[in-house]
Design a protein around this ligand. Structure first.
Ligand code: RRO
Length: 314
């Protein structure tokens, strides 16, 4: 099963995507789909504040340790039918997190997935890469990735995406995860989640810029563009080599149309916008898409499809 937003640009799960009002604003925008904040089994307040520095010095990006604040999956099951009224695909992002009932992570993913499919979501995006929980993200362990994908793909028919972290300089782990993905019918991967374990310091106060987790959090925005391009490209090449029909959705560092074009050239077929959407709100989709179309026309292309993965070696 495939999902292909049109235009091929959506919000990235997380910023401005928790409440119904926020999601409705995305639904009314030019985005090709609505992606929810990752929902968990139990509703969550998230981490103590300050937990987000939206603007780092020099405009290099944003730093967060939100800690998965969300309404809980049962609320999203109620919201989804209403959101669908706007006529664009609703992609429900799902995560697991410690909860009083002690349900194991795989069971949490399975139960949420089944309920949310029934609620009418058009696709699921399994977030296996939250950088801000105490546990190591599932995406860092191939066996755990397999267990979640087995549990969810067995029970759900709608398209499934998988949100991955940057694997950076761990080629063996990258290969193990990529091979694991080949064993399942998934529609897309979205890469990257924010770059984990990053820190910034406010010089005026000499304090860390966020409170949770001793100030460490996930970095998004312009600083991560080259990291995202590398992850998009190596997954794209890996899936092509293995003739896998898994699309790569590019997330990370897009603040202007040219950045999105780079993602497409690296192999992305859809792009997601996180930090810029946090900064500027739902008008970003229309502006970026207009710029992408203009770049394509000026360079003699008639569609994004013509440039996906078309980067040249030098
Ligand atoms: O809520 C968060 O702290 C968070 C999540 Br779930 C995620 O996937 N990525 C991120 O940067 N923050």
């Amino acid at each position: 099963m495939e999902i292909k937003p049109s235009p091929p640009i959506t919000n990235a799960s997380g910023p401005n995507s928790v409440t119904y009002d926020e999601l409705e604003r995305i639904a009314r925008s030019a985005a090709g789909a609505v992606v929810t904040k990752s929902m968990t089994h139990c509703p969550r307040q998230g981490n103590p504040e300050p937990r987000l520095r939206a603007h780092l010095d020099g405009g290099i990006g944003s730093l967060n340790s939100m800690g998965l604040p969300n309404l809980g999956y049962q609320e999203y099951a109620k919201l989804i039918p209403k959101l669908k009224g706007f006529g664009k695909p609703i992609i429900a992002s799902i995560a697991s997190a410690p909860c009083a009932h002690g349900l194991p992570p795989v069971e949490q993913y399975r139960e949420i997935a089944v309920t949310i499919e029934r609620a009418g979501a058009d696709a699921l995006e399994l977030n296996l890469s939250c950088p801000n929980l105490e546990d190591v993200p599932i995406a860092m362990d191939p066996q755990s990735v397999r267990a979640v994908l087995q549990a969810v793909t067995r029970e759900v028919k709608i398209p499934i995406g998988v949100k991955l972290p940057p694997y950076n300089n761990t080629p063996k782990l990258f290969e193990e995860i990529a091979r694991t993905l080949l064993d399942f019918e998934i529609s897309y991967i979205a890469t990257i989640n924010s770059e984990p374990l990053t820190l910034d310091i406010d010089l005026a106060t000499r304090t860390k810029v966020i409170r949770p987790n001793e100030g460490f959090g996930g970095l998004g925005g312009p600083a991560v563009l080259p990291i995202a391009l590398a992850e998009v490209h190596r997954f794209y090449k890996f899936f092509r080599k293995h003739r896998a029909k898994i699309a790569v959705w590019g997330v990370g560092g897009i603040t202007k149309p040219e950045d999105a074009i780079k993602h497409f050239l690296a192999g992305a077929s859809v792009v997601q916008i996180g930090t810029l959407f946090l900064w500027e709100g739902p008008t970003v989709f229309e502006k970026l898409w207009a710029g992408i179309e203009q770049w394509l026309a000026e360079n003699g292309f008639s569609s994004v499809e013509e440039i996906i993965g078309a980067v040249r070696e030098i």
